[in-house]
Write a protein that binds this ligand. Sequence first.
Ligand code: PGA
Length: 244
Amino acid sequence: MKILVVADENEMSVEASRLIGALVRTKPNAVLGLPTGSTPLGTYRELIRMCYEENLDFSRIHTINLDEYVGLSGDHPQSYRAFMKNNFFDHINIDQSNTHVPNGLAENVEEECRRYDDLLRHYGCTDLQLIGIGQNGHIAFNEPADAFTPETHLVTLTESTINANQRFFDNREEVPRTAISMGMRGIMSTKHLILIASGEGKADAVAKSCFGPVTPEVPGSLIQLHPCVTVIVDEAAMSLSGFY
Ligand code: PGA
């Protein structure tokens, strides 16, 4: 595991976008695994700038997102499909038909999960998987549990995650209680895993994920077993790691 400690969130975004940009230039048809959330916003902004100012070409890039809320259509402003369009896809020269997000409105969620795993199998694996981390150590919507779930699956969000995501909705009641999430196999099968985190609120999750025991109670801890991981964190997010 390579850990890059940077001064702040901005530097974290610049470093992450540099790695992604280098892959897009060297493998123009790369498959990128992408997250939503506040953490990757700066990375997406920087990649958009690189597309405009440095001719970073996404025309042959494919993307696979980690998760989607159940019950929200891709047009719903808080859906992760809409998030990706508004914050990234609509601003780069990507072919939107090459972008994949689980269908939150699928009539049969089980079938949608299998379809997503088939899609992952079709691509083989992602060339790069960018992930954030929840304060409780979740990655994608793989919440703390008794066992790791390998496949794409239906998850019931924890109170901590509902509270954290409430800020995007008008009120707590509107936050969906379930989601479709890529499982740990899809995430871990990537060639290069990049975890980004900033701020004190993530310090405990970062410390446990990078230096604690590997346990499904801290889903992020599984990244310790990946052969090619880059963790890019600011000093605040690294502040509790000295205790391990
Ligand atoms: P955040 O979420 O980037 O909005 O903090 C990260 C996550 O929950 O994975």
